[in-house]
Ligand binder design. Structure first.
Ligand code: AMP
Length: 399
């Protein structure tokens, strides 16, 4: 079965075409709506790298992708696409798992826009465009929030007046769910044990960062909250702060709500502390050259992850495995070491040699052989999860 997986952002479309579990084409359309857009495509024997092209909107972008798949011989015609799986950032409380998109689902997706105004409208645009181009192809929505919907009110409610939860849905939702789902299941596979027997902590450390506590296959807590701003220190996001800082800044600096939003989302985190960059590679370089603020940014980043891992070990009542994934989690042995240092009392024993060589997309174990807690580096694969979920739903549809 051929499944097209789409991740539509404000000005980009990332795509991957799967033939069952195998990727047969992938690429990205960037800078949609700008004077010059960029198109990259990879399939067997074909490599198009950042080709300048004009793509005024998402519909044209998806047409470009489909026409390229045909032109390059990946498929003979559009009819070969069995289904489309979309990454949708926010599913609110409504969607606890992936769904086949119909009119009712679309209405609920629109209703979820206030929860994720920067993401959901573009995900919806992608779905609407596909409906226009391929009206008879089933489309499935796979939500970043869905895996976290098993959290109980003890973990998801904020200690603010309860009626704000009832009135606005103000609660913790969690994000990166598809990534946490993939790496936790993959770790269980590598351990040769069912999820139903394991207590795990998964750390998705990229530009956005989150940790999840997963007990017997169900998320019991995660660090991102109502929005992806809560929790860990991220590239440009502050993560946890005293909420009183917001009103302090508004009064002292006479800031508007949008300005505070921009400071906490775009000018904080690693960038805010270091004053140099949101990119962990650049910070490690600068720190090696003696830049104190870069070193401090890395230390604060690692400290926050350590704090969450320790808290979640308590929440879970012990931990069998910890998994690192995404750009930093997969590629920065130094950061992993800083995070895990001092946690030996929990049965954590990092193998320095294994840790050092687990970079560049490699998957494997980085704990010492007889350590109580297994430590893994697992490259995430959200697209594969979306493809599998889509296939499952379409197979059910076909009976
Ligand atoms: P992602 O959002 O998953 O693409 O991750 C982006 C983050 O991963 C950025 O902070 C990058 O600096 C970081 N990253 C990527 N490659 C490396 C590397 N080799 N060493 C350290 N950090 C890396």
């Amino acid at each position: 079965m051929k499944i097209l997986v789409l991740n539509c952002g404000s000005s980009s479309i990332k795509y991957r075409l799967f033939d069952n579990d195998i990727t047969i084409a992938r690429g990205v359309v960037e800078k949609i709506g700008e004077e010059v857009s960029l198109f990259s495509h990879y399939s067997e024997g074909v490599e198009i790298k950042k080709q300048p092209i004009k793509v005024p909107d998402h519909t044209r972008g998806i047409e470009l992708v489909l026409n390229t798949l045909v032109d390059k011989g990946v498929i003979h015609d559009y009819g070969e696409i069995d289904a489309i799986g979309h990454r949708v950032v926010h599913g609110g409380e409504e969607f606890k798992s992936s769904v086949l998109i119909d009119d009712r689902v679309m209405r609920t997706l629109y209703a979820c826009i206030p929860f994720a105004p920067l993401h959901n409208p573009h995900n919806i645009k992608g779905i609407e465009s596909c409906k226009q181009i391929l009206p008879n192809v089933p489309q499935v929505a796979v939500f970043d929030t869905a895996f976290h919907q098993t959290m109980g009110p003890v973990a998801f409610l904020y200690a603010i007046p309860y009626h704000y939860y009832e009135k606005y849905g103000l609660r913790r939702y969690g994000f990166h769910g598809t990534s946490h789902y993939y790496v936790s299941n993959r770790a269980a596979e590598l351990m040769g044990q069912p999820m139903s027997k394991l207590k795990m902590i998964t750390a998705h450390l990229g530009n956005g960062c989150s940790v999840a506590a997963i007990k017997f296959g169900k998320v019991v807590d995660t660090s991102m909250g109502f929005t992806p701003l809560e929790g860990l220190v991220m590239g440009t996001r502050s993560g946890d702060i005293d909420p009183a800082i917001v009103t302090f800044l508004i009064r002292k600096e006479r800031l508007s709500p949008d300005e505070v939003d921009s400071i906490l989302n775009k000018r904080s985190g690693l960038l805010g502390i270091s004053g140099i960059s949101n990119d962990m590679r650049q910070l490690m370089d600068a720190s090696n050259k003696g830049n104190e603020r870069a070193r401090l940014a890395i230390d604060i980043f690692a400290y926050r992850v350590k704090k969450y891992i320790s808290a979640y070990a308590g929440v879970l009542g012990g931990v069998d495995a910890i998994v690192f994934t995404a750009g930093i989690g997969e590629n920065a042995p130094l950061v992993r070491k800083k995070i895990l240092e001092g946690l030996e009392f929990m049965g954590i024993q990092l193998d320095d040699e294994l840790n050092k060589c687990m970079v560049g997309g490699r998957e494997g174990i980085i704990s010492k052989p007889d350590a109580k807690v297994k430590l893994f580096v697992i490259p995430t694969n959200e697209e594969l999860v979306i493809a599998r979920e889509t296939r499952k739903i379409v197979e059910q549809l076909r009976g």
